[in-house]
Ligand binder design. Structure first.
Ligand code: PLP
Length: 282
C-alpha cells in the first residue's frame, strides 16, 4: 500500500513517525474517515469542513490546504487502485519533548492511508440489520471534536462482541448519545428521532446528509434525546456513519425492534443516501 506521510507518498513499510509524536503519547490529534465508492469520494467537502473545526477547537492548524487535501485523497485512491473503501486521515500536533502543555512550535504530523473494502455499499449487514447492546457512556465531554482517543469506543465494541452483538449504543443520564462509531436513530411511524447536536455527540456528516434527505422526502425529523426504553418501543432503529451509510438495527439488548427485521424507513433512507451522495461524489 502507498500511504501519505508529511508531504510524501511512500510504501507503508517505509512510513515513519517520531516516538515523541503527541498523537502517540497523548492522543493529541484528530481524524476523518471518508468513504470511496466507484473510485469517488463521498461527502468530501463536509469531511474537510469538520476537520477544520476539530483542528480549530484544539488550536491546531492543518499543514495542508483544502484543495491539496482533495488531491492527496485522489492520488491515494489512484495509487492503491481503490474502487470501494475508506480513506483515513489523521493530523496530530506533532513531535515535541513530552510535556502536557502544548508545544509552541511543533509541526503537525499528517498521515493518510486507504482501506480497500470491495462491495462496501452492498454489505450483507444492510440486509439483515445489526444488533446493539446499551452501555454507559464513559467518554470525555467533547465528543463533537473528532479526536483519536478512541479507547472507550473500542472497549464498547469489545463489550458488544462479548455479548454476541455488533455494536454498543452509549447511554448518558438515561439517554442514548450515539454508537461507538456512528449516530443512533429510532423511527416511530413517519418520524425519525435522533439526538440533537451538542458536545455530547459527534456531528456526523452522514447524519446531516440523511436528515436533509429525510426532510426532502417529507419525513418528520425530531432532533432530541431518547431512552433505551423508548427505542425498545419504536417501530425501527438504525445508525449512520461514513463507513456504514445507513444501517438498520434490529435488536437492542436482546429485544427485537418492531418486527425484528430491517425497517422500511431505514432501507429507503439508505437507498436515497447512496443514490444522492454518489451523484455528488468527487
Ligand atoms: N459518532 C461517532 C462517535 C463516530 O466515531 C462517527 C464516525 O466515525 C460517527 C458518529 C458518524 O460520523 P460520520 O457520519 O461523519 O462518519
Amino acid at each position: 500500500r502507498t500511504v501519505y506521510v508529511n508531504g510524501q507518498y511512500v510504501p507503508e513499510e517505509d512510513a515513519k513517525i517520531s516516538v515523541f509524536d503527541r498523537g502517540f503519547l497523548f492522543a493529541d490529534g484528530v481524524y476523518e474517515v471518508t468513504s470511496v465508492l466507484g473510485g469517488k469520494l463521498i461527502d468530501f467537502a463536509a469531511h474537510a469542513t469538520r476537520l477544520e473545526r476539530s483542528l480549530g477547537e484544539l488550536q491546531m492548524e492543518s499543514p495542508v490546504a483544502k484543495d491539496e487535501l482533495l488531491e492527496i485523497h485522489r492520488e491515494l485512491v489512484r495509487a492503491n487502485d481503490i474502487t470501494d473503501g475508506l480513506i483515513y486521515l489523521q493530523i496530530t500536533r506533532g513531535a515535541a519533548d513530552r510535556d502536557f502543555a502544548f508545544p509552541e512550535n511543533a509541526t503537525p504530523t499528517i498521515v493518510l492511508f486507504t482501506q480497500s473494502k470491495p462491495g462496501l455499499a452492498n454489505s450483507p449487514a444492510a440486509q439483515t440489520g445489526i444488533k446493539v447492546i446499551s452501555i454507559e457512556d464513559q467518554r470525555w465531554g467533547r465528543r463533537d471534536i473528532k479526536t483519536v482517543q478512541l479507547l472507550y469506543p473500542s472497549m464498547g465494541k469489545m463489550m458488544a462482541k462479548a455479548a454476541g452483538a455488533d455494536d454498543a449504543w452509549m447511554v448518558e443520564d438515561g439517554h442514548v448519545t450515539e454508537g461507538t462509531s456512528n449516530n443512533a436513530y429510532i423511527v416511530k411511524g413517519n418520524t425519525i428521532i435522533t439526538r440533537h447536536l451538542g458536545n455530547e455527540i459527534l456531528h456526523g456528516i452522514t447524519r446531516a446528509a440523511v436528515l436533509a434527505f429525510a426532510r426532502e422526502a417529507q419525513m418528520k425529523v425530531e432532533e432530541r434525546a431518547f431512552t433505551i426504553d423508548e427505542a425498545l418501543q419504536a417501530d425501527e432503529a438504525f445508525i449512520t456513519s461514513a463507513s456504514s451509510f445507513v444501517m438498520p438495527v434490529v435488536e437492542i439488548d436482546g429485544t427485537g425492534i418492531g418486527n425484528g427485521e430491517p425497517g422500511s424507513v431505514a432501507q429507503r433512507l439508505r437507498e436515497i443516501y447512496l443514490d444522492e451522495s454518489l451523484k455528488k461524489a468527487v
